[in-house]
Design a protein around this ligand. Structure first.
Ligand code: VTB
Length: 328
């Protein structure tokens, strides 16, 4: 007699946790809400970190933080290597409970709570250094842009691919003295520059949304933020390259500690996040992509989040109404 077996069930982790993921970033964003506009970056960050950690610890995962708040000796919570969750499916986690602490403290646009969960061992264990990044949204021929090409060449390539003039192209760059030459080159190439003060995870994601008018992200931001942005692009589509930038030998030693041997390596999107991944972001302050946390009426708090899966490319926007008198 043939044995009857149930069909093999392949239930990938990012499918199982796509809707759980949003609770984690919602919790961090709601906790940061009370700190919006209060000029206190430390308290804003701490509130988000504590809430995010508590939310992770309610999930049936065996999570390992690979991109976190810092190394164990400098971050009391959600440090790199910390284990979170109730136990269950093994996942690696990249997180930034408050991407834009200054934006939150000053009540400026685009602060987010973000995190990505991926199959173990598939996200770059980026040290807390800088990363030179270039990114574009989906729909372009593979290999269109190159981190090592001149800005004018990248701008010309994207203009050609879009069938427009370089003068119609907008590049998003962080407003930093280190980008003076880059900004000048972009403008010389004819393109416009949109400057942001912080929050380059949201900045990279802007390239994927035609409504923002941003065609390309360029410049040096945080390396951990680079991995988080890559997780989003893996889901929504797009191209990205990055290379770690070190300011001193101590930073190089940190990279070595996380197993990076080629310090000059140019990472492609799949090198930054190789496995199936789920990415979730909740708006803290109102922004280009997401509305921030608001208190609508006396007892409700509203949040807006986006959750994406790389396996299917599904992008879900989730607007939630939370009762203030009940826990998240
Ligand atoms: C960025 C940005 C962050 O740090 O990666 C940036 O996304 C890089 O560092 O929001 P510098 O501030 O030194 O340029 C933030 O602005 C702050 O963490």
């Amino acid at each position: 007699m043939t044995e009857i077996r149930p069909p093999e069930v392949h239930y990938p982790l990012d499918r199982a946790f796509a809707l759980e993921a949003v609770r984690v970033t919602e919790a961090a964003a709601i906790a940061a809400f009370a700190q919006i506009g209060r000029g206190n970056e430390h308290d804003a960050d701490q509130a988000a970190v504590e809430a995010m950690r508590a939310a992770f610890n309610r999930l049936p995962i065996e999570g390992t933080v690979v991109i976190g708040e810092g190394e164990r000796d400098e971050a009391p919570m959600l440090y790199i290597g910390e284990k979170v969750g109730l136990g269950g499916t093994a996942v690696d986690i990249a997180l930034d409970p408050l991407e834009g602490t200054t934006l939150t403290a000053k009540q400026m646009a685009n602060a987010l709570a973000v995190m990505a969960m991926a199959e173990p061992g598939t996200m770059l264990n980026a040290p807390d250094t800088y990363m030179d990044k270039i990114a574009i949204g989906p729909g372009f021929p593979e290999g269109l842009i190159d981190l090592d090409a001149e800005p004018a060449a990248n701008i010309a390539a994207i203009a050609r691919a879009k069938g427009v003039s370089p003068t119609d192209i907008t590049a998003l760059v962080m407003d930093r003295p280190r980008h003076e030459a880059l900004i000048a080159k972009i403008r010389k190439a004819g393109a416009k520059v949109k400057l942001i003060t912080d929050g380059d995870v949201a900045g990279v994601i802007e390239t994927t949304n035609p409504a923002t008018g941003v065609d390309i992200y360029m410049g040096i931001g945080g390396a951990p933020e680079g991995v988080l942005a890559a997780a989003a692009l893996r889901c929504v589509g797009g191209q990205m390259q990055g290379r770690l930038v070190f300011r001193n030998d101590d930073e190089k030693a940190r990279a070595a500690k996380w197993g990076i041997s080629d310090l000059n390596r140019k990472y492609g999107l799949m090198d930054l996040v190789a496995g199936d991944v789920v990415f979730s972001a909740t708006g803290v302050t109102d922004g280009a992509m997401l509305r921030g946390v608001h208190r609508d009426g006396g007892e409700f708090i509203t949040t807006e989040s986006v959750v994406m899966r790389s396996a299917t490319g599904t992008v879900r926007w989730i607007r939630a109404r939370h009762r203030r008198d009940k826990s998240v």
